[in-house]
Design a protein around this ligand. Structure first.
Ligand code: MYA
Length: 455
């Protein structure tokens, strides 16, 4: 966890310079900073025995402007793709997880609830709901064969999991069918036995069998080689609980009552025409989102079916709101967030942290700041404790203004079998994976500039 006495300006939080380039406090561009971090980690870190064998950008090639952008390996004929699954140790077997059945959903839910991502200090663990898992794993055109588990033969216990879902992702001008790979999990008792590389190779094989040769994924760990590294920001909605459970700390010279006052929000959204998205809004939202995402270097290529699946509200999974002009009835703005609670480990008073994660947001008539303030207002009304956002897309334009504070978590984005010449600035990324991979906590609860206004 970060040091709560660190003033915000002294962290390595990126700023924008006058050209709109993201720079750190030392004046480095984010690309230079990433290249430097990778070089540093190379000198002190181990090699990556598995990742060095894969068609991904390699650390040694960072900054080599001579390598071409695009696919690293060409597709092989389907007849040459390995037909049988990879071999597992004798005691284990593969299972294709049918997420339509309640029994399978329960098993996957339990494996993840007990073994999935935790924060560095093991205080919180993601607790994806079963509804969320079904949503994340069954988008249009999904393949059951890409939902892969490993069981112990003797006990039938599910001990590992990895998934892919199909996604059309645009990289600059090219729309590429990819797998979005997620939910890689190995039971705590089976860690460090090199099971993860086998899981990754098996999902790769099954993706290849569908004639798909690229993938996108995110992780909290650095492996060869991120296309971008983002930071989480957190907006307290229920500061007292966040402090009580150790998600954040009371800032220096702040009292609880001043902190509560600092984060107070109006009772209802302020933008006229702000309402929940409905099925009839899908074409308008698709138009808005497609138009907005076209400015980013890497972004999903959503059609109406994707928007209906990913953005139409589903209770306790995903929320979407539109602004409908009271005069013309045109849909002018859209915002969304998804619901991903975390289990609070070992706290006698609270068991769950209810977190909203900013998803896709498009402001054309109102400002992005006002739109996101309305998103915060509805999230608070629905009893979320915290609203999280990455510093991707145009999010930096509202984070500080709306009293988000930087978190201690970094999220790295990756492409499989696709090379980019240089790492991207976070503002060039237009992709939010539906399940974020880092449990991050607020570095400091106090926003010195904002708090000053209260004095
Ligand atoms: C064309 C289609 C392609 C499809 C595939 C695209 C690629 C998809 C890639 C997957 C995207 C997943 C996206 C998500 O879901 S990210 C979420 C990951 N899950 C968790 O963090 C949950 C808690 N942790 C665990 O369950 C385990 O620690 C995991 C399973 C993560 C590793 O298990 P374990 O700790 O027992 O390790 P090992 O001894 O078996 O294996 C060690 C090797 O595994 C490499 N490793 C460790 N963590 C990750 C990671 N998050 N992404 C990629 N590689 C990872 C590691 O660098 C090392 O390789 P190398 O450094 O020696 O080379």
């Amino acid at each position: 966890m970060g040091d709560d006495t660190t003033p915000m300006g002294e962290s390595s939080v990126p700023n924008s310079n006058s050209d709109g380039n993201v720079t750190t406090e030392t004046g480095e561009s984010s690309i230079e900073a990433l290249a430097r971090r990778i070089q540093e980690s190379l000198t002190v870190e181990k090699r990556h025995k598995f990742w060095e064998t894969q068609p991904v950008g390699q650390f040694k090639d960072v900054g080599d402007g001579n390598l071409p952008e695009g696919p690293i390996e060409q597709p092989t004929p389907l007849s040459e793709v390995k037909q049988e699954p990879y071999t597992l140790p004798e005691a284990y077997e593969w299972v294709t997880c049918d997420m339509d059945t309640k029994e399978m959903c329960d098993e996957v839910y339990k494996l993840l609830a007990n073994n999935y991502v935790e924060d560095d200090e093991n205080m919180f663990r993601f607790n994806y709901s079963k509804d969320f898992l079904q949503w994340a794993l069954r988008p249009p055109g999904y393949y059951k064969s890409w939902h892969i588990g490993v069981r112990v033969k003797a006990s039938r216990k599910l001990v590992a999991f990895i998934t892919g879902v199909p996604a059309r992702i645009r990289v600059r001008g090219d729309v590429i069918t990819m797998a979005e790979v997620n939910f890689l999990c190995v039971h705590k008792k089976l860690r460090s036995k090199r099971l993860a590389p086998v899981m990754i190779k098996e999902v790769t094989r099954r993706v290849h069998l569908e004639n798909i040769w690229h993938a996108a994924y995110t992780a909290g760990v650095v492996i060869p080689t991120p296309i971008a590294t983002c930071q989480y920001w957190h907006r307290s909605l229920n500061p007292k609980k966040l402090i009580d459970v150790g998600f954040s700390r009371l800032g220096p010279r702040m009292t609880m009552s001043r902190t509560i006052k600092l984060y107070k929000l109006p009772d209802s959204p302020v933008t006229p025409g702000f309402r929940k998205m409905e099925l009839r809004d899908v074409p308008a939202v698709t138009r808005l989102v497609r138009g907005y995402l076209s400015q980013f270097v890497v972004a999903p290529d959503f059609d109406d079916n994707d928007v209906e699946h990913w953005l139409l509200p589903k209770e306790n999974v995903v929320d979407g709101y539109v602004v409908e002009s009271p005069v013309t009835h045109e849909i002018t703005d859209f915002c969304s967030f998804y619901t991903l609670p975390s289990t609070i480990l070992g706290n006698p008073n609270y068991s769950t942290l209810k977190a909203a994660y900013s998803y896709y947001n498009v402001a054309t008539k109102t400002s992005l700041i006002q739109l996101m303030n309305d998103a915060l207002i509805v999230a608070k009304k629905k009893d979320y404790d915290v609203f999280n956002a990455l510093d991707i897309m145009e999010n930096e334009s509202f984070l500080k203004e709306l009293k988000f504070g930087p978190g201690d978590g970094k999220l790295h984005y990756y492409l499989y079998n696709y090379r980019l010449r240089n790492p991207l600035k976070t503002s060039e990324l237009g992709l939010v994976v539906s399940a974020i991979i880092v449990v991050a906590r607020l570095q400091s609860h106090l926003l010195p500039a904002a708090a000053k206004g209260l004095r």
